[in-house]
Design a protein around this ligand. Sequence first.
Ligand code: FES
Length: 110
Amino acid sequence: MDDEAGWIAVCDLDRLKLEAIVRVPGRDLLVIWNEGHVVACERACPHEQADLARGQLTAGRLHCPRHAASFDLRDGSITAGWPSPPLRLYPVRITGGQIWIEAQERQPGR
Ligand code: FES
């Protein structure tokens, strides 16, 4: 579901808290329950496009299922030394227990 301002309804916050990582319907994006915060990011690893929906979450980082790199979910930065751009993050809002993301907008400088 899209609204006129370009925000996309993803899922209930309660569902995300249970599942930790939820795919955004119709988009190559994810929402993640990360240490008490909702984070929206691209689904394909920026290194070699592994599916980050199959990644692991530990200590505020999303670990790629293919290689040893991981991403800081506060800013998308990748493990030092990896020849890869950072993970793209997207704006999130929560209204009435529903998670919304703004999928067109990217972080400044990306
Ligand atoms: S594909 Fe994700 S770290 Fe290489």
